[in-house]
Each structure stands twice: as C-alpha cells, then as structure tokens.
Write a protein that binds this ligand. Structure first.
Ligand SMILES: N[C@@H](CCC(=O)N[C@@H](CS)C(=O)NCC(=O)O)C(=O)O
Length: 380
C-alpha cells in the first residue's frame, strides 16, 4: 500500500476520523442501530478534512497525464478486488480472470496493444480509493458503486456503469427466514468502507429493527466468518452474494432473501481532472457495449474490421473515420479492446452469466434494445 494510505483511511484513536460515511470510508459502529446522530456530526468534520487531503492528491497526480504514464510504463496498473470469483480473482495458474478483469485487459489492449500488459492490484473496500487517489493504480475496476460523494467529495470520475446492481442478503436456509424484515437482532457480516455498510444502517433504521454488525475487510473473510456462523447474515451487492455462494460446498443450503435495498451502479473510475484518460476508459467500456448491440463478436471481428455496410461498425473498428486519433490512439484501439475477451455480452456470459456457477441473469444489464439499461452513446 502506498505511504499516503493513512491520510485517507480512518486514523486509529482519532475520533474525528471514525466515520467518513459520506465518502464511504467508514468504520462500523457496533451499537446495533447503524449510524448515530453524534457520529454524523463527527462525519461532517472528517469529510471536510478528508476532502481537502484527497483533492490535493488527486489534482497532483492527475496533472501528470495518466495515458503518458501508462504508455511509458508499458503496463496498466488496474485496481481490482482482493478476490471475487467471476468478477476478479486469480485462477489456479495465478492468472487474473473475471468480468472486471476483462475491462482492465480491454483498456490495456486499446492503449498498449496487449491485453496481458496489466498489473492487477488487489484492493479492499477501504484501500481502493487511496490506491487510486495516490496514483498507485491508473483506474479501478472493482465492484465500486457510483455515488455522489465518491464523485464530488473524493474527486473521482465514474466513466460509466458496467453492472447495475443492488444490495441483497444471504442467510443459511436453516435459519428459516424469508424476508430481511425478519432479521431483528441478527448479527450481520459487512465489509467496511462500502456503501453496503451505510445502506444496512438505513434499512434497519427505516424498519425500526436492530442488528449487530460484524465488520470484515475482504470477501474471503466474510465468507469464512459467515460459514463459521460468526454472523447470521451476509449482506453485500447481490452479484457479490451470488459469486460468493457459488464457491460454497453446498450453495443450496443458503438463500438470497427477496429484498434488494439499494441501487448499486457499479463501474470503472479514474481520478478527476485527467479527461484524456477518462475518455479512454469510458470509450473502451462503450466499445464493448456497442459491439454487443451491433453484433460484433470475437468470432466475426476480423471479418468485420475489413469493412461492412454499417458506418458505425466501421467507425468503431477503424476502417472509417478518425475516432482513434481523437483519443490519442490508433485506428484499431477498439478492435483490440473487443478482441481480448469479446463484446460486453460475451464477457458477461463467460464470467458471470447463467451458464457459469454464478448464474447471473442479464436483468437490468441487458441491452436497451432488450429492455435493459445498457445504452452506449453513439460512436460518431
Ligand atoms: N459496491 C459496494 C460494495 C463493494 C465491495 O467491496 N464488495 C465486496 C463484496 S462483493 C467485494 O467486492 N469484495 C472483494 C474483496 O474483498 O476484495 C461499494 O462500492 O461500496
């Protein structure tokens, strides 16, 4: 971790840094009813101090020009999770695989011509923002929810949404619970520094029920604690619950409760102020989404890039127009990005889709043409 980490994270023993709720760098309280008024007052003070620190760092680092740094380094430093199978985790050969990993590789292929030119930097819910603000990573592709305070206060730029999600609850079937509203008095495993922590407090408060948080830092730890019975419930993004349950020995012994208590638009982010770099990451994601909409797949991309009778496909794949040049890249940037892992739909199907153990339906993540929310702006 970079040496500026302590500036961003909560400082032990300094009560003014106990909760950075608005910025989602928080420590759980164990009072059982979520965030209390007294702590909200402290939060305001710490958010102000934290914002100054982060703004200073982000501005300093962004001025350097991330694209030039990445090109000079010959490698993209991509911040991912510490491990969430299907989204980002090393396989048995130590090779990073997953839905978020595919986006890192696509950006590396667009900028550096090589989808393997990526240093995957594991980050937790707590360390991810420090890693990005300090310049330790060039981007985050890590189950991170786009919120007002992360954008405005922490000074990051979410360049799009690659997974529309919401927060859910998982319980052992043996608990006999069928609704989150029946969880009064439950112990809840929850990752610190997340929106999850804040939504949980809101949900229990709104329903006038109490809980005992069991704070944990990584998904691996959550899984361990939950399976050991240290908490009755595990709550996080519904996609994360599905991914975690898929790794259990007996997934059928655990149920996801029907309530989805929040909106969690998950997407890649970069530092505020470096628009050239933000554009590259944004349009790489858009290229994967548009490719699916237009029927460009890893199987037909070579053929299509020779030219088709659809001008937008030609502009994406570089046989017409100068979009690559406008980005500071060559004509084939998007072709390379799409070729690495396929279009958005291929990446989804291969890593987290219905035919994988994670088994996620496209749902909100279907193309707008299929009733979903995926909608890339036009390539023109
Ligand atoms: N989307 C939420 C939660 C993100 C989060 O940290 N999720 C956990 C649970 S699915 C995760 O990705 N853990 C992976 C890890 O521990 O490295 C946020 O942005 O705060």
């Amino acid at each position: 971790m970079s040496d500026i980490a302590p500036k961003l994270g909560p400082i032990e023993g300094d009560s003014s840094f106990e909760i950075r709720s608005g910025a989602n760098v928080c420590r759980s309280n164990r009072s059982g009813t979520g965030v209390e008024n007294q702590e909200e007052v402290k939060m305001k003070k710490s958010v102000f101090l934290g914002a100054l620190t982060v703004a200073g760092m982000a501005a300093g680092v962004a001025a350097a020009g991330t694209m030039d740094d990445v090109k000079a380094r010959g490698k993209l430093n991509c911040g991912v999770t510490t491990g969430l199978v299907g989204f980002a985790a090393p396989d048995s050969n130590g090779e990073w695989k997953g839905f978020d990993v595919a986006l890192c590789r696509a950006v590396a292929a667009a900028v550096l011509g090589d989808g393997n030119a990526v240093e995957f930097v594991p980050t937790t819910g707590k360390t991810r923002f420090t890693a990005l603000a300090s310049g330790e990573v060039d981007m985050l592709a890590r189950n991170t929810t786009w919120t007002f305070s992360r954008d405005v206060d922490l000074k990051f730029e979410f360049v799009g949404v690659n997974y529309y999600d919401g927060q859910g609850f998982m319980v052992p079937k043996s608990l006999g619970v069928s609704s989150a509203k029946e969880l009064d008095g439950a112990t809840v495993c929850i990752q610190t520094g997340t929106t999850t922590e804040l939504n949980l407090a809101d949900f229990f408060r709104a329903n006038n029920i109490s809980y005992e948080p069991v704070p944990i830092e990584t998904n691996a730890e959550a899984q361990q604690q939950y399976l050991a019975g240290a908490c009755d419930v595990y709550t996080t993004d519904a996609s994360g619950l599905a991914a975690t349950r898929a790794t259990f020995e007996n997934p059928g012994d655990h149920v996801l409760l029907p309530e989805i208590i929040s909106k969690e638009p998950l997407g890649p982010l970069v530092r505020h102020g470096d628009h050239e770099w933000g554009d590259v990451v944004r349009w790489t994601l858009n290229a994967l989404v548009s490719a699916e909409e237009m029927g460009i797949t890893s199987a037909n991309i070579d053929e299509m890039s020779a030219g088709t009778n659809n001008p937008e496909i030609n502009r994406i794949l570089g046989s017409e127009g100068t979009l690559g040049e406008m980005l500071g890249l060559d004509a084939e940037w998007a072709k390379r990005a799409i070729k690495v892992g396929g279009n958005y739909g291929e990446v989804f199907a291969q890593n987290i889709g219905e035919s994988t153990p994670i088994g996620l339906a496209r749902g909100l993540n279907a193309q707008w043409t299929d009733g979903g929310l995926l909608y890339s702006p036009p390539f023109r």
